[in-house]
Design a protein around this ligand. Structure first.
Ligand code: GLV
Length: 324
């Protein structure tokens, strides 16, 4: 088997021309979330057997287009659930307790004298307020539910909104259902975990940000375009909300103007699943899915499993040579 790597430099994605050339050459495409894979690209090689995305999210791939062309698409779910939920909490705590600001303060040598009002933050547990804080979870899939479970240790009340998972929320025993606006109005912390779809694009925008409490903190580890980032910058500058912690950005790796200057924003470069063990497992899963695509077998993590019973798929695999 021959493997070609399209990315030449660590700080640059794969150029569209290199992608096209690569897709024309290969039997299976193993993509990263940074690579847009549209229908025209997939149609460039009638002998292509499948796409293995090395990520749980697959909004970079035109899955409907792939299905229409008879191409299975796979992702790497489950293995990154805990790692991503942990990072969500790391961000939430960092924003609430102002850890990055405190670290900068130390590293700049500004710590001369302890004072009772130094870098005051917000409690996550009831703390001095004695009030159970409310965590609002938007998107109650595997990761949203794992984030909600971790809130038990902080004595929080958890409310959740996900129009596709109302039954799971009701049955969870951890979270109670809330409509989006209600959730935004009641939550001390709002954490975003939906898939990026047309429905969730800019779900958090000027209107919805203005629903949040001025003391609330927004955490996003899902996909950048779920938040209207320019509106968020205004919200942070004008203190419609107290803070935000972001792992993902609307036009990643770029950031909306003014975001990096907001001292009430904690910003990290899309590292939610970045533990050594998890990334290792994701790579292995993507390779296993790729091999299944290659051998015309059902991929363990196909996101469009319905493709296997389609005429387009049957027509495609009938063109595979039996041995390569
Ligand atoms: C990371 O963002 C992923 O979707 O795996």
């Amino acid at each position: 088997m021959e493997v070609r790597v399209g990315q030449e430099r660590e700080d640059e994605g794969v150029a569209p021309s290199v992608m096209l050339e690569g897709v024309r050459w290969c039997d299976v495409l193993l993509s990263l979330l940074t690579e847009p894979v549209d229908r025209a690209l997939l149609a460039a090689n009638p002998a292509l057997r499948g796409v293995a995305n090395c990520a749980v999210g697959f909004n970079n791939i035109d899955v409907a287009g792939a299905t229409a062309l008879g191409l299975p698409v796979s992702n790497t779910p489950d293995v990154l659930t805990d790692t991503t939920a942990d990072l969500t909490w790391a961000l939430l705590l960092a924003a609430a307790r102002r850890i990055p600001e405190a670290q900068e303060y130390m590293k700049a040598g500004r710590y001369k004298l302890w004072g009772p009002n130094l870098l005051l933050g917000a409690d996550v547990s009831p703390g001095g307020s004695g009030r159970r804080k409310v965590l609002g979870v938007v998107g109650f899939g595997r990761i949203g539910a794992a984030v909600a479970r971790r809130a038990i240790g902080f004595d929080m009340d958890v409310i959740a909104y996900d129009p596709h998972a109302r039954a799971q929320i009701d049955a969870s025993g951890i979270a109670r259902w809330a409509e989006l606006d209600d959730l935004l109005e009641r939550s001390d912390f709002v954490t975003l975990h939906p898939l990026l779809t047309r429905e969730t694009h800019h779900l958090i925008n000027e209107r919805t940000l203005k629903r949040m409490k001025p003391t609330a903190i927004l955490v996003n580890v899902s996909r950048g375009p779920v938040v209207d980032e320019a509106a968020l910058v205004r919200a942070l500058q004008e203190r419609w909300i107290a803070g935000a912690a972001l792992d993902v950005f609307e036009h990643e790796p770029a950031m909306a103007e003014g975001l990096r200057e907001c001292e009430n924003a904690v910003l990290v470069p899309h590292i939610a699943s970045a533990s050594a063990d998890t990334r290792d497992k994701m790579a292995t899963m993507a390779a296993e899915n790729a091999l299944a695509h290659l051998h015309g077998k059902r991929a363990p993590n196909a996101v469009n499993a319905e493709v296997y019973s389609s005429d387009a798929y049957r027509a495609r695999i009938s063109r595979f040579p039996t041995e390569r």
